[in-house]
Write a protein that binds this ligand. Structure first.
Ligand code: PLP
Length: 348
């Protein structure tokens, strides 16, 4: 595929970055209540966090409308993407997904010997569910959906996606990565988690890294049928990977919904501001439902990235359809102003 490669950014010295807008991190988090909970629990660091894990699992189960045996905690959702790939593709097979999309699971699957069957997004950047359903064959061990999608920021219609997941999960598990779900105004309406409660073989991944502002603290969870969770816990991971401070932080974050609402609102404001500024320069931005946005640029990708990093602004450049695209994460309002100023200077 020519799509979805990003130009490496690691040659640049991050210490000089004044606006770090390259990793879809939340500039406001973690919440003050999370910081307090973590500080208070440092002294518990001599004990394993099994009790705290149970508390968090029970809270998540209640919120998602499933029993606790449908929940698996993990250090970030990356671990879920990886471990699901290990179990599903240890004997090869193929994985169906959109292109471009978030490549973590497909990369792991391919390293294990599986084949990636990409399916281009539709003209309005939704998953092409019809094409993806057709692409599923007897060798397909998993379908990966990212909704809202990274790196496009676009959303696939929830009603259509629900029908797709219901049907396709009769043949193969459907993994729905909902890392950016909480940036939607009504996240619960777009989540596929209800299908798990209905007994469908759908695997949902969620993370505290994005709207909760806890990327460096490494907490995420999976909602799936108990037998799916068992397929992972019995083969490729223990319950020992979680840290008591982060568990207590996640518990505190779940008890602080007003922080989530304020992050969502500030994110929306910054997105509107940035969209307005960049669109007024004549760029076509894919309508974003997330904490980042992407648009094609009119200069060579590496030179653009160097110019931006030299101006202290970290962004990512993706090659999509053989053209360079700028993906910029939403920072604070001040950081977005720095981004816009640098963008004007570099592209002038
Ligand atoms: N899924 C998507 C779509 C992402 O964009 C990311 C990170 O950017 C992740 C999963 C992994 O994040 P984490 O491991 O911090 O939960």
């Amino acid at each position: 595929s020519i799509l979805n490669e990003h130009i490496p950014m690691f040659n640049y010295n991050e210490a000089r970055i004044v606006a770090k807008l390259n990793a879809n991190e939340n500039p406001y988090g973690p919440s003050p209540k999370v910081i307090k909970a973590i500080s208070d629990s440092i002294s518990l660091g001599n004990r394993y966090g099994h009790g705290e894990a149970k508390v968090l699992i029970d809270m998540i189960a209640e919120k998602e409308g499933v029993t606790p045996d449908h929940i698996m905690l993990s250090p970030g959702s990356s671990d879920i993407l990886e471990k699901v790939a290990f179990v599903q593709f240890m004997n090869g097979g193929n994985v169906v997904s959109a292109d471009p999309s978030y490549m973590s699971l497909m990369n792991t699957a391919q390293k294990l010997g599986a084949t990636w069957k990409p399916s281009l997004l539709t003209g309005d950047y939704q998953h092409d569910l019809e094409a993806m359903a057709k692409s599923v064959d007897s060798e397909t061990n998993l379908v990966y959906i990212c909704n809202p999608n990274n790196p496009t920021g676009s959303i696939t219609d929830a009603t259509k996606l629900k029908a797709f997941c219901s049907t396709v999960s009769e043949k193969t598990p459907v993994f729905v990565d909902e890392a950016y779900l909480e940036f939607l105004d009504k996240p619960e309406e777009s989540s596929m988690v209800g299908l798990v409660a209905e007994g469908k073989d759908v695997i949902i991944a969620r993370t505290f890294s994005k709207v909760h502002g806890m990327a460096g603290l490494r907490i995420g969870y999976m909602v799936a049928l108990p037998e799916r969770i068992e397929s992972i816990t019995s083969k490729v991971r223990s319950t020992m990977g979680l840290c008591v401070t982060s568990l207590n932080g996640a518990i505190a974050s779940m008890k602080d919904p007003s922080f989530i609402t304020s992050c969502r609102n500030m994110n929306t404001d910054c997105r509107e501001y940035t969209k307005g500024e960049i669109a007024s320069l004549g760029y076509d931005i894919i309508p974003s439902h997330t904490s980042f946005m992407i648009f094609p640029i009119r200069m060579e990708g590496q030179a653009f990235m160097k110019g931006m990093y030299d101006s202290g602004v970290g962004i990512r450049v993706f090659n999509i359809d053989d053209k360079p695209w700028c993906r910029v994460s939403m920072g604070t309002k001040e950081e977005m102003e720095i981004f816009v100023d640098a963008f004007k200077k570099v592209t002038a």
